[in-house]
Design a protein around this ligand. Structure first.
Ligand SMILES: [Fe+2]
Length: 292
């Protein structure tokens, strides 16, 4: 399984779409009717924007190899307490899909591979984002979310720090991180950049647009990624990172508790700004009859 996309409700669709294009070089694959589907170019979408009154996390998408894997994971998720919302594709670009809700009202969308373009030069070199990488949630039922992600969706715990757990579903150190704190939000979503050179171009472009990062560049302990965090128009942070740890051998990997490591969240030193934790958009639990 690989992380596929994040779907966000946003109050200013044009502003959010334009920001994703400018900051990350994303392409709008499909739009109109109050929605925009944006991608680095490989997939139909990696960001799904839905026009709404207020900002919020609509759902998180994970891609599986085929319909057999999808059916097996659906059953496993139900056994771990998931409630099915829909078993039909609810958006363009999907062929077979299941939407289900887990602890804290988090909606997961599981699906067979999206329409793919062959990998091109654009994804491998230059200043544009390579791929969608992860989301970080904060929930008062964070512990239940971690249990559901591991038991129900097959994630493996990669590392811990205080109330946070980083989890992987493929070789990437994390595709999902969860904080267990009295809150209910997606704090940030993240795209991978092309190395330190791509990071420099990304940051120079931010300066030329007159924007400013909230935090970074720095290097996290958990995952060792070089990170930057940029406020997006809807109120979440957009992390752009490179050099994330890859775990190719599950048998020999040992999760680490970073609690006692000095500077665990930034090995290069500077602590996070005081308002770093204030960013995020609410996790929108589905209402009755809501099949998203
Ligand atoms: Fe979606």
């Amino acid at each position: 399984m690989h992380i596929g996309h994040v779907a966000m409700q946003v109050p200013d669709l044009g502003a959010s779409s334009e920001h994703a294009k400018q900051a990350l070089g994303l392409i709008e694959i499909e739009g109109g009717e109050g929605a925009a589907y944006l991608s680095t170019g490989l997939k139909h979408h990696e960001v799904q924007l839905i026009a709404a009154e207020a900002a919020g996390l609509d759902h998180i998408g994970f891609e599986l190899a085929d319909e057999d894997e999808l059916a097996a994971l659906r059953d496993r998720a139900i056994a771990a307490g998931a409630r099915i919302l829909s078993e039909d594709p609810e958006e363009p670009g999907l062929e077979a899909a299941v939407r289900l809700v887990g602890p804290g009202g988090v909606v997961f969308e599981l699906y067979t591979p999206m329409a793919v373009s062959p990998p091109g030069i654009k994804q491998q070199i230059g200043r544009h984002a390579k791929r969608f990488g992860h989301v970080t949630l904060v929930s008062e039922v964070g512990r239940d979310l971690v249990r559901f992600a591991t038991e129900g969706l097959g994630f493996r715990v990669s590392d811990d720090f205080a109330d946070f757990t980083w989890m992987r579903c493929d070789a990437n150190h994390h595709s999902l991180a969860v904080g267990s704190l009295p809150d209910n939000k997606m704090h940030h979503y993240a795209f991978e950049l092309n190395g330190w050179g791509g990071m420099m171009s990304y940051l120079d472009d931010i300066a030329l647009r007159g924007e400013s990062v909230n935090y970074g560049p720095g290097r996290h302990g958990p995952g060792y990624n070089i990170f930057t965090y940029l406020p997006d128009p809807a109120g979440a942070l957009l992390e752009a990172y490179t050099d994330l740890q890859m775990i190719y051998d599950d048998a020999t990997y040992e999760p680490m508790d970073w609690e006692e490591t000095p500077g665990a969240l930034n090995l290069w030193g500077p602590d996070m700004p005081a308002n770093f934790g204030e960013f995020g958009i609410p996790i929108l639990a589905p209402r009755e009859g809501d099949s998203r």
